[in-house]
Design a protein around this ligand. Structure first.
Ligand code: URP
Ligand code: ZN
Ligand code: ZN
Length: 462
């Protein structure tokens, strides 16, 4: 199955790459295929797809006074279990730090530890003369996209002047600007007022981060990108009104893209409100979960069909309840923001095929092919074709996957945000550059197999 169609075929792998895609019954120098190769993986009746590419992860991210709980080792192993064979993680630069130092630090965390291939985006959390200059070095490092934050004043936040200047630089360099589009200063005022009223439970995180402040920031990002001729990619879109801004921009010829995440397709603010005690902290992330009564989740699925949104990443940013999320007991502002989903993205999106939300081909496009094209990996990743890395998943539509602790849970978290979810499909075999890393016997990969993949420019630049 590819982004453009499906056909019965044999996939011939030689070493780390795909050698050929052959029609069934093809021969190799007069010999039938099975007798000519070292190993045969029988995928009869199953889907063979390019390995998943999760273009938004945060292994070991220092955030909210603690570090995201998956290391590159545990996080990429969990990714492999779930049929994801490439991640693009975010290296971090903060105000006062040097951009390339941040990138180097992330290389040090990842090198030798990953089960699957990895690339980096650069967070530019302190836009100034030095960081603007340093952005000039990113493309040569294989880092062709960077993220700015309109949220989190005092942490990663950029004001409009900083955003404008970074976008001008990005437009010059061919870098893709990724935007966390929420009006952080306004959110912080609302959050402080809620806490002063005694409204400290996790649910109020979502009340403070109102959809109006996502819509407004999305619009502002679009217009700043427009005036600087910078292509724009808005991350973790959750509000239907923000999607409307993206659709409007695209309809008006602006080079703008949007990503959503499984949590915004399935989970809701109402369920967070209904969770007992402090349990709602499990689903504290930014942008926040949105109201189901307002129809945001259905609208995200629709936008994935209409191509108003182009991709699904996880924003994998896991924290344990004990010792991490519980920092925010009594004040939701101190709950570290993030949900861990890296292991379940391919399954959760496949369930959208089962329920008729998206087609099989769109599943592949949203989770692998468009991420590869958007972030300069296509050809090597995102496609099963001669010369591509042999990152391949055999997916069984007759299989079943029960998600939760003690079942399919290999992320370093003491809870699952997806407890009880049932998937009518199963990741059977996963290959990373020609090596089987997961099969029916379990995880067969190793830390250090995964290599750094320098990325080319986005194929979506005009
Ligand atoms: O809640 C989230 N999304 N945490 C990760 C950081 C970010 O803004 O992507
Ligand atoms: Zn963000
Ligand atoms: Zn993120």
């Amino acid at each position: 199955v590819s982004a453009t169609g499906r056909t019965a075929a044999d996939v011939l792998i030689d070493g780390e790459t795909i050698a050929a895609v052959l029609s069934p019954g093809s021969t190799l120098l007069g010999h039938d295929l099975a007798s000519s190769v070292d190993e045969v993986i029988d995928a009869t009746g199953k889907y063979v797809i390019p390995g998943g590419i999760d273009a938004h992860t945060h292994m070991e991210l220092p955030f909210g006074g603690t570090n995201a709980s998956d290391t590159f080792e545990s996080g990429t192993r969990a990714a492999a279990w779930g049929g994801t064979t490439t991640i693009i993680d975010f290296a971090v630069q903060r105000a006062g730090e040097r951009v390339l130092d941040g990138l180097g630090a992330w290389h040090d965390k990842a090198a030798g530890n990953c089960a699957i291939d990895y690339g980096f985006h650069q967070i530019v959390g302190g836009v100034d003369e030095d960081s603007l200059k340093a952005m000039e070095g990113l493309v040569a490092e294989g880092v062709t996209s960077y993220k700015l934050f309109m949220a989190y004043p005092g942490v990663f936040y950029s004001d409009d002047a900083q955003i404008l200047r970074a976008m001008q630089k990005a437009a010059d360099l061919g870098l893709l600007t990724m935007m966390h589009a929420e009006n952080g200063p306004a959110i912080d005022v609302l959050a402080a007022q809620l806490v002063a009223q005694g409204k400290t439970d996790p649910y109020f995180h979502g009340i403070a981060r109102a959809w109006q402040l996502e819509e407004e920031a999305t619009h502002r990002a679009i217009m700043l990108a427009d005036v600087t001729n910078a292509p724009l990619y808005v991350v973790h879109v959750s509000a239907k009104q923000a999607v409307a801004q993206l659709a409007w921009a695209r309809d008006n010829g602006k080079n703008v893209f949007g990503e959503t995440c499984p949590q915004y397709l399935y989970l809701s603010l109402e369920e967070q409100l209904g969770a007992p005690g402090f349990e709602g902290a499990k689903w504290v992330c930014s942008t926040p979960l949105r109201s189901r009564a307002e129809g945001h989740q259905e609208h995200m699925w629709q936008a994935l069909r209409t191509n108003d949104l182009q991709m699904v990443s996880t924003d994998h940013c896991p924290f344990c309840m004990k010792g991490q999320k519980d920092l925010g007991v009594g004040d939701f502002r101190a709950i570290p923001n993030g949900i861990g989903s890296i292991e379940h993205r391919m399954d959760l999106m496949y369930q959208g095929v089962v329920t008729g939300q998206i087609t099989l081909e769109r599943w592949v496009e949203l989770t692998s092919t468009t991420p590869a094209r958007m972030f300069g990996l296509y050809g090597r990743k995102g496609v099963i074709a001669p010369g591509a890395d042999a990152d391949v998943v055999v997916y069984d539509p007759a299989g079943h996957t029960s998600i939760g602790l003690g079942k399919t849970h290999h992320m370093n978290m003491d809870y699952s945000a997806w407890e009880g979810y049932e998937i009518d499909g199963h990741v059977d075999v996963v290959l990373s550059r020609g090596s089987v890393v997961v099969d029916e016997t379990g995880f067969r990969g190793r830390a250090g197999h995964g290599k750094y993949v320098p990325r080319g420019l986005s194929q979506y630049l005009l």
